[in-house]
Design a binder for this molecule. Structure first.
Ligand SMILES: Nc1ncnc2c1ncn2[C@@H]1O[C@H](COP(=O)(O)OP(=O)(O)O)[C@@H](O)[C@H]1O
Ligand SMILES: [Mg+2]
Length: 388
């Protein structure tokens, strides 16, 4: 296996995800899915592997929605995807086409792009398009929609938050109408980051509360080590001891597959045999490099982008406190420490913000309190913020 950080990897090279994928197929038998994870955890790789290896009774339709900017563009995108699965005769018979022909007077075969004039009709177009596919397919249709929250964010910016909500509500009602239809939403920001009014009410789950939320974790320590070992072998990297070097790589990057690829890619250029100490040194330089090749500043910048002004100081202070504690911190203790840094912090707002930074994968709540989720990010936070 060759190192390919950030590149598209073949389904067979998506390592350590078989059990999770099996579970996802099992869930999809009954309901739709929201797959969430920190970016670069391997969501897209999982979706593409599922598309490539779908059981015979499933029709997976994958689409990256990042560039879609309006509800009409969304309807158009789905229309294009659906048409590619319908035979020519079925296309002519299809409801979406017929309806559009009646509405616009355009030739039935000629429609390739929805005219702007039908923008207000996106819901009907979307519904009929999806009906067409469900009706003409004997397989279960599963839409894999990657970067769904980014599309909603685009729509929100252009057409307002209610338009974004309407897209979600329409999709929910389509799921209710077609019991066989499945959708998988995923993306590197959460729906709650986009739908701030829902966020304020605590939780962005109303338009998705019929879907199963699944978190994509890092690779297990064994799988991460095995991936590192195969990459070291595949790149012919000389080591003092391949197993301890592989273990050091897996460990230093918390089992996050993207960083495993990255470290091995870096090791290709080493002149001498590498070992665990060298791996740790390399990871440490990545964390403090001003060029920030791993784009870790994202963890700081995201707070400015997606958190309200009155939440930012709370978030920064909570993370600063947790970055320098070795053990988990119970809520009371955490709030006490917050009070020594901020004037009259609001206790309920603090609770809300803790929920949000949990949903954004910064922290975990364990039985004995809160802690950073990833030691790598915790260490970076400490360095970047200069807290100790
Ligand atoms: N299961 C895996 N096995 C091997 N490499 C992986 C795996 N998952 C992710 N990667 C590596 O991480 C990179 C980012 O993965 P990707 O699926 O694009 O993440 P996400 O969609 O969560 O941002 C890939 O290009 C690949 O190098
Ligand atoms: Mg992705």
């Amino acid at each position: 296996m060759r190192a390919n950080p950030g590149g598209e990897i073949a389904p067979a090279e998506v390592f350590g995800r078989d059990k999770l994928i099996e579970r996802l197929w099992r869930i999809l038998e009954r309901q739709s899915l929201v797959l969430s994870a920190e970016r670069r955890m391997g969501k897209t790789s999982i979706l593409k592997k599922m598309r490539a290896e779908a059981p015979a009774d499933k029709l997976p339709v994958y689409r990256d929605l990042e560039k879609v900017r309006s509800p009409l563009e969304f309807a158009q995108t789905i229309f294009d995807d659906v048409e590619s699965y319908l035979s020519r005769s079925k296309r002519t018979a299809a409801k979406a086409r017929q309806w559009l022909t009646n509405l616009t007077g355009l030739e039935i075969g000629g429609i390739v792009k929805f005219p702007d004039a039908v923008a207000d009709e996106w819901k009907t177009l979307l519904s009929k398009t999806i009906e067409d596919l469900v009706e003409y397919q004997d397989r279960t249709v599963i839409f894999f929609w990657d970067e769904m929250p980014l599309m909603l964010d685009n729509i929100k910016k252009k057409n307002g938050e209610s338009a974004a909500m309407e897209v979600l509500d329409t999709l929910r009602s389509l799921r209710q109408t077609h019991s066989e239809l499945r959708m998988v939403y995923t993306g590197s920001i959460g729906l709650h980051n986009v739908l701030t009014s829902l966020k304020r009410s605590g939780y962005a789950n109303r338009p998705t509360n019929d879907m199963k939320a699944v978190d994509v974790p890092p690779l297990s320590p064994n799988d991460a080590e095995e991936l590192a070992r195969r990459l070291l072998e595949g790149e012919n990297i000389e080591t003092d001891d391949i197993q301890t070097t592989a273990k050091a790589i897996a460990n230093a990057v918390d089992g996050i597959p993207y960083f495993i690829h990255h470290v091995v890619d870096h090791l290709i250029e080493e002149d001498e045999a590498v070992n665990a100490a060298r791996v740790d040194a390399i990871v440490n330089t990545y964390l403090i490099e001003p060029q920030d090749p791993w784009d870790l500043r994202y963890y700081r910048e995201r707070i400015d982008t997606y958190y309200a002004n009155d939440e930012k100081q709370l978030v920064l202070n909570l993370l600063d406190i947790l970055a320098v504690t070795d053990t988990s911190v119970p809520f009371d203790d955490l709030f006490n420490r917050l009070e020594s840094r901020l004037v009259n912090p609001d206790i309920e707002k603090t609770r809300d913000v803790l929920t949000l930074i949990q949903q954004d994968h910064y922290i975990l709540l364990q039985s004995d309190g809160y802690c950073f989720r990833f030691p790598l990010i915790k260490y970076w936070w400490r360095m970047h913020r200069g807290v100790r």
